[in-house]
Design a protein around this ligand. Sequence first.
Ligand code: NAP
Length: 501
Amino acid sequence: MSNEAAAIGTADRRPVHALIVGAGLSGLGAAIRLKQHGFDDFVVVERGSDVGGTWRVNSYPGAGCDVPSQLYSYSFALNPEWSHSFSPQPEIYAYLRKVADDNGIRDRLLFDSAMTGARWNTETSRWDVDTANGNFSAQFLISGAGVLAEPSLPDIKGISTFEGKIFHSSRWDHSAELAGKRVAVIGTGSSSVQIVPSIAPEVERLDVYQRTATWVMPHLGRRYTGLERVLFKRVPGFQRFVRGLIYANREIFVVFQVKYPKLAVLLEIVGRVKMFLEIRDPEKRRKVVPTHRLGCKRMLVSNKFYRALDRKNVDLVTDGISEIRANSIVTEDGTEREVDAIVLATGFHVADSPTFNLYTGADGRTMAECAEEEGPKVYKGTTATNFPNLFMMLGANSGLNYTSLIYIIESQLNYVLSALTRMRELNLGTFEVKLAALDDYNAVIKKNMATTVWATGGCQSWFLDKAGNNSALWPDFSFRFRNQTREFDLTAYETTPAVAR
Ligand code: NAP
């Protein structure tokens, strides 16, 4: 640590140029890009004991990615070794560990170091960051805490009295022996459609509790041939070319979801044929028909889910749950079903993530309080007024549900690097996005959002906050997000000069 750096921090705070929260896809990418660009004075604080984020913690049976493998890697670390065109979770987790090793950033990673609070210090014009493993004074804060990271546990009467094993899909209890047991899975989202077919053949009985039926599309995954893997590895540009084709192909979903949602009827025909072909039981077939437009909720992708539901040992329960007792689940029609274990595939806190309570801005309000009072207002998915020198990875309206989030993360990292470079060139100390720029930006988002399937498709989803606004997704082609984040647009920001110390 330089003398200058030591002088900046207070006695009990380690000074750093940048502090990155989380070592998942965002945090890992941020660390590598900062290092590549010579911004060397940074640390990554991670609450877990390894890199990988969501791909470390979601280890449930059948966990995998429903976005093509070719898109699910950093552009600076393509992986010719993927075994399948859609990767299973263990491979993605292994890939991320390898990327961390190959890029020499392990020495910057502080594990078991949950960030417990970050407060903008108006006197030092830096972030005071407290962690379970020491406190920091950071000029810039990069939050890569994750969007789908905080499990949402259902508030069902009696749930705490259940005596069997009960756990959330993203906190899978690998000590729980489910083979030969009576199991309930609550929820039928993207996690559930992977879990249900994986455990159905081994359990004695499986009750799947569905609150809302969602469209399921065919899974086009397959194993890569040896020849393809050789070509990816040996033929210069081949893998990048294939990646480009797949990227362009996925953008077609924007037409169905954002531009012309009514066209989704065409895809619904595919969904209906699938129900007909994969479910023989007419009662179950009737229950899985969605009442919303395809794409309104995140489209599910599986060739096994319907077939698993159709099994004799699987029941699809659509009556609401009224109570959980010591050894059973009771539905509103009065039926009591005994179970030994319950899997809560009930999703995550997104717009209401408890993480937002941890960031306190310049006026003393937390990010959660600001969002509560004004709605989540973020500029280019990355910066916000009242939170100077903070970059939020995958902040409001930067999410995608049809292609790889890594594309958005890398776009944001371009923006971060451009900002840090400009700040250094101009000898600036702080930036804060102007309210007018923020409002103009969000007015366009709101206008573009109004006609999307997420707003008009007739469903509730985790994309919507409690006011009914979609603060999760980017309502346009992903390359437009990339374009707007190429350069740090300094004119949209209030800045202050760096203080000579
Ligand atoms: P989710 O999509 O939010 O689904 C949660 C499910 O639980 C829904 O079916 C929901 O019903 C149900 N539910 C919630 N609370 C309930 C309650 N109190 N009683 C009964 N049912 C309840 O969560 P997820 O499946 O974990 O997926 C979340 C997101 O993670 C996905 O949308 C996706 O972005 C990501 N993901 C991605 C992959 C991948 O392959 N890339 C895999 C898994 C997850 P309602 O529909 O009625 O709300």
